[in-house]
Design a protein around this ligand. Structure first.
Ligand SMILES: N[C@@H](CCC(=O)N[C@@H](CS)C(=O)NCC(=O)O)C(=O)O
Length: 238
């Protein structure tokens, strides 16, 4: 059976990492047998990030490569029916959400002093003393450095929120025509976008990213619609 290694539940979320939930949605959509394997430490993953998947001895690390693998395995079950224009739009909006908006969602959890205690208890709560004192601080330093290198971390908080709002505004305008990213039909691209939004909307307690996403009802409604259509929710309690 397929094993999907993912971030463990935290913050009221069942499948906490957006990239793991995206793969879970694809597996459900394709009616594949699979189990979720929570991994407390992403460093144990082949590329140091979660998710990764094991399928009949083959290990695939990275959600996009997992989707490609599943598409091949199911003879185009994910991308096969899409037009060139749909593929182009899907990849572009996925990059907007996963490679740009994502970092503001990460920062809203990791770099906000008010939210930081929830990161420590949610991600590092099982570590024994004194590791629980040391490891979270090192991990936070790495996130801060990555956010800086990515570029968003060089801006004031208000400016970061402005970048997030412009991403969400673009998404809301596009989804206004809905119900899904590509129109009437649910597609593989809905999985990644909805997964990231769902985790940021439903994490407990709310972060500043939660508040900003809630300013865009079409975006929140879209995330609900996709989770309902696939039957996989991010939050623990539905
Ligand atoms: N491009 C990767 C991104 C995966 C990713 O960033 N995973 C995060 C959790 S949401 C992670 O494992 N971070 C640990 C780290 O960067 O050390 C994918 O699509 O799978």
């Amino acid at each position: 059976m397929i094993k999907l290694h993912v971030i463990p539940p935290a913050f009221g979320l069942r499948n906490t990492g957006p990239f793991g939930l995206k793969c879970e949605m694809a597996l459900r959509h394709l009616d594949q047998d699979f189990e979720l394997v929570p991994e407390a430490d992403p460093r144990s993953a082949p590329k140091g990030k979660l998710p990764y998947m094991e399928d009949e001895g083959e290990v695939v690390a990275d959600s996009e490569l997992i989707l490609q693998h599943l598409d091949r395995k199911t003879n185009g079950g994910l991308y096969g029916h899409l037009s060139d224009r749909e593929l182009a739009d899907g990849v572009a909006f996925t990059r907007l959400v996963e490679e740009h908006l994502y970092w503001t969602v990460v920062a809203a959890r990791w770099l906000d002093d008010a939210w930081w205690p929830h990161v420590v208890s949610g991600f590092f709560g099982s570590l024994p003393f004194p590791l629980r004192q040391i490891v979270p601080r090192l991990a936070r330093r790495q996130v801060r450095q990555t956010y800086w290198l990515q570029g968003l971390g060089r801006h004031t908080l208000d400016e970061q929120k402005g970048f997030a709002r412009r991403d969400l505004d673009a998404l809301a305008r596009r989804l206004g025509a809905g119900p899904f990213l590509l129109g009437e039909k649910l597609s593989v691209f809905d999985f990644g976008i909805a997964s990231l939004l769902a985790g940021a909307v439903d994490n407990q307690p709310a972060t500043w990213a939660t508040a900003i996403i809630r300013e865009y009802p079409p975006v929140v409604d879209f995330a609900e619609r996709v989770q309902g259509a696939v039957g996989a929710y991010c939050r623990e309690r539905v």
